[in-house]
Design a protein around this ligand. Structure first.
Ligand code: E4P
Length: 217
């Protein structure tokens, strides 16, 4: 399973990349706004930190402008995945951009039917948003499962990029279902290491070690 980090913060990306923990990066207009930095500049910087796909999102609503924006973003680096929204115009842009050989991430997916359309349009990645469905008391993981079943039924190669990840359990659940990629904030990826029994066990070992009066170095 691939891990992408969902952030526009360079230091977070560098830290995870130094541990070989990430295979790519996703951003969105909200994350760019939060960073307070120039969009193209920050995307270019991210592309230097990772060789994996870096999602940069278009902001136009019509296909023609979206395609132009996608081409412009793709000039930044070879590992750009142009992110388009799950609308008819987004699907049109997806088809054109993938035909040109670019990676396309179709985002804001909330139903299996939307995911089916994105695969038909040749999307490289489909981004179903788990957390935002859960926020409405719907079942985000069920959507991942449904998309997995549908894509496997027909051999679609579009990669399922589970997004809007809110906790570490989401990640292991997505792995069990067979999502190809998860994109999560750095703090959620880091939270995967936490276990109360690890902390408790370590504390006990160190207490006992103190009693030996020994040192290693
Ligand atoms: C994915 O590409 C999105 O940027 C992201 O996962 C959205 O997550 P949120 O629902 O926590 O904003």
């Amino acid at each position: 399973m691939k891990f992408f980090v969902d952030t526009a913060e360079i230091d977070e990306i560098k830290d995870l990349a130094s541990l070989n923990m990430i295979d790519g990066v996703t951003t969105n207009p909200s994350l760019i706004a939060k960073s307070g930095r120039d969009f193209k500049e920050v995307i270019a910087e991210i592309c230097k930190v990772t060789d994996g796909p870096v999602s940069a999102e278009t902001v136009a609503l019509d296909a023609e402008t979206m395609i132009k924006e996608g081409r412009e973003l793709a000039k930044i680096a070879d590992n750009i995945a142009v992110k388009v929204p799950l609308t008819w115009d987004g699907l049109r842009a997806c088809k054109v951009l993938t035909d040109e050989g670019r990676m396309v991430n179709v985002t804001l997916c909330f139903s299996a039917n939307q995911a089916l359309l994105a695969a038909k349009a040749g999307a490289t990645f489909i981004s179903p948003f788990i957390g935002r469905l859960d926020d409405l008391n719907l079942d985000g993981l069920e959507l991942i499962q449904d998309i997995r079943t549908i894509y496997d039924n027909y051999g679609f190669e579009t990669q399922i990029l589970a997004a809007s990840i809110r906790n570490a359990n989401h990640i292991s659940d997505c792995a069990k279902i067979g999502a190809d990629v998860v994109t999560a904030p750095a703090k959620v990826l880091q939270a995967m290491v936490k276990h109360a029994l690890t902390d408790k066990g370590l504390e006990a070992f160190l207490e006992d070690w103190k009693k030996t009066g020994q040192t290693i170095l």
